[in-house]
Design a protein around this ligand. Sequence first.
Ligand code: DAH
Length: 337
Amino acid sequence: MDIFEQIAGLESEAARALDAVADTKGLEEARLRFLSRKGAVPALMERLKEVPNERKREVGQRLNELKNRVQSLFDAAKERLEAAADEGGVDATLPGRPVPDGHLHLITQVTDRIVSIFRRLGFAIAEGPDVETEWHNFDALNTPPDHPARNEQDTFYLDRPADPKHGRFLLRTQTSPVQIRVMRSQPPPVRVICPGRCYRRDEIDATHSSSFHQVEGLCVDRGVSLADLKGTLEFFFQELLGPGTRMRFRPHFFPFTEPSFEVDLSSESLGRPGKDWLEIAGCGMVDPAVFDAVGYDAEAFTGYAFGLGVERIVMILHGIPDIRLFEQNDLRFLRQF
Ligand code: DAH
């Protein structure tokens, strides 16, 4: 048989064999059969010696082509196997790669618990944007332009053109503007709970962060009274912290409620009951000026509102000493909860 025919025959034989290679064992067999020192390709190349001188050049060239072609077929087969192995398709008996389960962040877990207690009392969830207007965050909440909270030092204003009706844009300093958005979107009665993130230009330390979470509550109807507010919060805190929890209202000032209170708690789960009072929330009866701002009839309706700081509650519940731990994303901290 002519050497050219032999070369062509070996080439298609190798192509067929390497194409059919299905595992590393088959790949090694093909290598031994065609490419190793005693394989078919070097054996055929040996026969160049027997070729008459005037054809050596031509045949040598063709033999080299054969060698390169078989080598690249081999490389392709090897790559194909490696790619299949990467897809995990090869050895189904190997143990799987572990994918560790994550879980909800502690702040989210406690927010969910807070919300679910209020849901049982018939509160619906409402949300508002983190980027608010000055009008929603301050004016509509009866907070006048010269109020200290509106100072550039206290609030993150955005570098973008003001809204013609609602003023400058800012990162909301509280969840209270959600009250405004809810009341503007529906007539009374209203009973909503509004969890969300807030932002302030606070000096960061163990108890202050530039970003934190609040849960806002709002209830508006005919004949809603301070007794409803107190009963609701008392039930809520006992559900959250246990039946031994006591609560007291301390007179305070908020622009959007009148009268206003701060809520202090004393609970066995928080230390010495009846001795240590912890400030935990702000609340009050919705100021008629707020009803005016949203177009509610302040003669016909009354309401109460409250705001809780989630981080503060979580720190108390779990004895966490530093608010910065919540945002550092250290898994050693997060995995504990
Ligand atoms: N928005 C207040 C704050 O961030 C908390 C608050 C106080 C909310 C009294 C209320 C309220 O709804 O009635 O300090």
